[in-house]
Design a protein around this ligand. Structure first.
Ligand code: HEC
Ligand code: HEC
Length: 240
């Protein structure tokens, strides 16, 4: 036993030293680029805004890095250049987003659920496609507001979390959660729960935060923090 342990140690140590010097990065498991032309303003920058800018923007510059301008975003780091036009797998920004660089997972994992979630395969695919297509940085992306619609963003959430009790068949409280018109109409006891443009007076937010104690099953109504944010945004933008 002792001998094998020692032999293993003797082998592992030099290997670890070599690894620290230049660790080969296995890029074979990175999600593939999406197979279409992507739009920087509408698709790429919104990912930065949602997942990175809070730590790498005007307010904070963690690791002395910011990504709200082209000059700053295309930075050379100790782990290689962040964005290499035409070569997404060699871009350290992609490698960090896929957790391929030790201790440099971006965004960094958080203990608070829903606070700092890893990018999805689709989001990484969009970033990769943008870099492979030349990484063109279009000015004015900061001002773009991504639309939030019932059909694309809210319906899938309600379908999953509410449809068992608020589907078309005998919905609880006569509230149907899976169709835009029905959600805007509201339920039997509460009446309208969505006031387009007015998040504060929309009682739906209290309900989906699990905070409406008048409801018989208030806990069953709690959505994830990220989903609640999306519903708020949807109402704020007019509940279309
Ligand atoms: C919650 C805060 C937070 C978020 C969100 C975040 N980062 Fe970071 N980032 C950090 C910290 C902290 C460091 C410094 C880590 C270190 O050096 O050990 C860092 C460092 C980096 C670096 C290396 C900079 C350098 O010069 O060494 C890059 C590149 C980076 N982040 C990219 C991203 C990207 C891309 C996203 C979004 C997908 C992101 N980060 C989201 C906190 C964050
Ligand atoms: C496990 C079943 C269940 C789930 C899941 C559920 N609800 Fe409910 N909901 C109820 C019950 C029971 C009531 C009370 C019905 C009553 O008073 O007759 C209710 C009432 C409501 C009301 C008030 C209706 C009225 O009377 O005006 C709204 C609005 C509502 N739910 C929205 C939602 C939304 C949005 C979701 C998904 C995030 C959801 N519910 C998930 C069971 C559920």
């Amino acid at each position: 036993m002792k001998i094998t342990a020692l032999a293993w140690f003797g082998l592992a140590l030099p290997l670890a030293l070599v690894a620290a010097e230049k660790r080969p990065i296995d890029t074979s498991k990175i999600p593939l680029p999406v197979p279409r032309k992507v739009d920087f303003v509408k698709e790429v920058y919104p990912i930065f805004k949602e997942a990175c800018i809070s730590c790498h923007g005007p307010e904070k510059q963690k690791g002395k890095y910011r990504m709200d301008s082209k000059e700053a975003a295309f930075k050379d780091t100790d782990y290689g250049p962040t964005i290499v036009p035409g070569k997404s797998a060699e871009s350290s920004l992609i490698q960090m987003s896929c957790n391929l660089i030790d201790e440099m997972m971006m965004p960094p994992p958080s203990d608070t659920p829903g606070k700092s979630e890893p990018l999805t395969g689709e989001q990484i695919g969009i970033l990769r496609a943008w870099i492979d297509q030349g990484a063109e940085w279009v000015a004015g992306a900061e001002g773009y507001v991504k639309p939030v619609t019932f059909a694309a963003d809210i319906q899938p959430i309600f379908q999953q979390a509410c449809a068992t009790c608020h589907g078309l068949e005998a919905p609880q409280g006569e509230f149907v959660a899976t169709q835009l018109a029905a959600v805007l109409k509201g339920g039997k006891a509460y009446g309208r729960v969505v006031m387009p443009g007015a998040v504060k007076t929309s009682s739906l937010i209290t309900i989906i935060s699990g905070l409406d104690e008048d409801l018989p099953q208030s806990e069953k109504h709690r959505l994830k923090p990220k989903e609640i944010e999306l519903v708020k945004k949807w109402i704020e933008l007019g509940a279309k």
